[in-house]
Design a binder for this molecule. Structure first.
Ligand code: 5GP
Length: 117
């Protein structure tokens, strides 16, 4: 299945992004419209999973990889002790706009409450 999403194009370097993290399985790049002083998106490079609801049990390991990548980035950038938030939006009511699974990392300031309509 071809990943024709925006993030598929970023993985293939067809469109530019500010990449701040990369390993064999995960790419991390700055969000184009940051919602906090630090806003990085972590995505699978080799698995195409549109939403969290499409995740299969044998793909569950990639969620751990995304979270560990975010935690490693936070330590490396020196804000792990201050704290951060990771968020994954699934479909319409959560506001998902790009249908290639991704983990938001938000940090760099006191974050507000979330989850209310
Ligand atoms: P979602 O709303 O699907 O959870 O998150 C998608 C995120 O992708 C949004 O925060 C949005 O700002 C970001 N985004 C949309 N287009 C681009 C782009 O072309 N480049 C980058 N780096 N981020 C993008």
């Amino acid at each position: 299945m071809t990943n024709d999403t925006l993030f598929g194009k970023i993985i293939r370097r067809e469109i530019p992004a500010t990449v701040v993290y990369e390993d064999d399985e995960v790419l991390g790049f700055k969000d184009i419209a940051p919602q906090a002083p630090v806003h990085v998106l972590f995505i699978p490079k080799n698995l195409y999973i549109p939403t969290l609801d499409d995740l299969k049990p044998d793909q569950a390991w990639i969620i751990g990889k995304l979270v560990l990548a975010a935690a490693e980035y936070a330590r490396g950038e020196g804000f792990a002790q201050d704290g951060y938030r990771v968020v994954m939006n699934c479909r319409e009511h959560a506001g998902q706009t790009v249908f290639h699974i991704h983990l938001h990392l938000l940090a760099g300031a006191q974050l507000g409450h979330f989850g209310t309509p």
